[in-house]
Design a protein around this ligand. Structure first.
Ligand SMILES: *Cc1c(COP(=O)(O)O)cnc(C)c1O
Length: 498
């Protein structure tokens, strides 16, 4: 049973299939669909056993179930090289109990956001996949970022032989520190470009370029091929399933939950990747009861869960949680595919409506399958209040993205009286958003400089300033290109010399 291969299918055409390694190499299916596993393997070991495993061991156990065409040796090579001392604590992630919730700190990697959990291993998975499949083309990673993916992807791919990476970020739509981290990136194979548009513009253009026949022909002629480091790549999602299993094991180990007992998970959501990974963990047998999907003021997903209508025709709002400023949540397509009974044509039709009309509606039967999701949002004011509240009651400082989830969870608990223990995905270090965080706690300090606020945060939190912050502050700016959205493709051609 264990060794039966898992096949990956496009959400938009059931005849487009790939092995795990092929799906990772391609990033997105040729028809514009996303690759999904044709079944979810069941976790059958005991949770007491799981509780004894290190993060790397859990990573191996979970990843081998889904990446069935990788050998044990290949997977262990990827895990050992990715999950090393790039992380500032040996356990890589930890659970911190504060104010009636368990915060899963996923920001101990080199760029201090949860994206490191997957993006530190993706380059290894991808180069291993290329080798396995006899691919000798240069792999060009094309990435749209709402602030954190870009830096984490570059950190992973910088100077990896046989690869290049281009990152597009919304100029003016990311935090000062996020931008500084990106434009100081070293590496001869990296290119960072600001765009005069928002994240949705960047992501839509990148998806379009992936499907542009003329461009792909020129790439092929030059011995190059595209892939993706966004969570549209299944190679991003699978490593994210791991930490939900690991967190559950840690809850069992700490006697917070009996082996097999249920927990809830609350996730601050943008592109719907992180929470989809939690849903996949549930489908693989992890005892997760409810999935609390938290949005900021870009509350398109809240409306979707409440009404069954997905409508992106609304104002795009810039918030203090910029990595969630998204109106087109790409990974929702994978959930739609699940809940319509893996009906590729229906999924393709709905996605067509989204791109043509900006909106689609799902039927009642599909809505029934969504009941495990609870969607709500936190306004800017609620987010700041939550940061202050958690600090004042527990002395614990959280970043604005985590605060969105924490705030939504607080109101969920009040509204439902659900007492189930809840793990909140803590997705970024507060240092990455020092201005928003410090001024939420000490509104009087808004006149201070970014550096003064970082020092203030150190006082408040008692947590040392992470190396990533020190480095961004002291490194020279190496990238200053800014282009119109309509010029993104030309910029790619220019930089690649096509
Ligand atoms: C990317 C990101 C999110 C949103 O995650 P998705 O997988 O896009 O839903 C939340 N918080 C932070 C800090 C992020 O970088």
């Amino acid at each position: 049973m264990e060794k039966t291969q898992i096949i990956y299918r496009s959400t938009r055409s059931s005849h487009i299939t790939a092995t795990a390694s092929e799906a990772i190499l391609q990033g997105i299916a040729p028809d514009g669909g996303l690759f999904v596993p044709d079944r979810f393997p069941e976790y059958t070991n005991s949770f007491d056993w799981l509780a004894q495993l290190s993060y790397r061991e859990v990573a191996y156990e979970i990843m081998r179930m889904l990446l069935t065409d990788f050998t044990e040796e290949e997977l262990k090579y990827c895990i050992d090289h990715a999950y090393d001392d790039k992380f500032d604590i040996p356990e890589m992630t930890r659970l911190k109990k504060a104010d009636e919730a368990w915060y899963l700190e996923l920001f101990h990697g080199s760029t201090i956001a949860f994206k490191d959990m997957a993006l530190s291993i993706l380059p290894y998975l991808m180069t291993t996949a290329a080798k396995k499949n006899g691919v000798t083309d240069e792999i060009v990673i094309l990435t749209a970022t709402s602030g954190d993916t870009g830096k984490a992807a570059m950190a992973g791919f910088a100077d990896v032989p046989g690869t290049k990476i281009i990152v597009f970020y919304p100029k003016g739509g990311v935090s000062a520190i996020q931008e500084k981290q990106m434009v100081t990136q070293r590496g001869s194979n990296v290119h960072v470009v600001g765009i005069k548009g928002n994240f949705d513009d960047a992501q839509s253009q990148v998806k379009r370029i992936f499907g542009d026949k003329a461009m792909l022909d020129r790439m092929a002629a030059a011995g190059k091929r595209f892939s993706s480091a966004n969570s549209i790549n299944i190679g991003r999602l699978i490593p994210q399933i791991v930490y939900y299993f690991y967190a559950y094991g840690q809850m069992v180990k700490a006697d917070e939950v009996k082996a097999g007992g249920y927990i809830n998970v609350a996730v601050p959501t943008g592109n719907f990747g992180n929470i989809l990974a939690a849903y996949y963990a549930k489908k693989m047998g992890l005892p997760i009861e409810n999935l609390i999907c938290a949005s900021n003021e870009n509350r398109v997903l809240v409306d979707f869960f409440q009404t069954g209508v997905y409508d992106r025709r609304r104002e795009f709002i810039l918030t203090s949680s910029p990595s969630m400023d998204i109106l087109i949540s790409s990974n929702l397509e994978r959930l739609i595919y699940e809940v319509c009974g893996e009906h590729a044509q229906m999924t393709a039709d709905l996605m067509e409506m989204l791109s043509k009309d900006g909106c689609y509606k799902i039927n009642e039967e599909m809505r029934d399958h969504l009941r495990v999701f609870y969607g709500d949002y936190a306004s800017e004011k609620m987010t700041a209040q939550e940061i202050r509240h958690v600090f004042e009651t527990a002395g614990y400082v959280i970043d604005p993205h985590t605060a969105v989830a924490s705030s939504v969870y607080r109101r969920y608990r009040e509204a439902t009286e659900d007492q189930e223990k809840t793990v909140i995905a803590s997705t970024a270090s507060p240092y990455k958003f020092a201005r928003s965080v410090v001024t939420a706690i000490r509104p009087g300090l808004s006149g201070k400089s970014d550096q003064e606020l970082i020092d203030e945060l150190r006082e408040l939190s008692g947590v040392e300033i992470p190396g990533a912050i020190v480095e961004a502050g002291s490194s020279p700016v190496l990238h200053d290109t800014v282009v119109e959205v309509s010029d993104m493709e030309d910029e790619v051609s220019r930089w690649l010399g096509l």
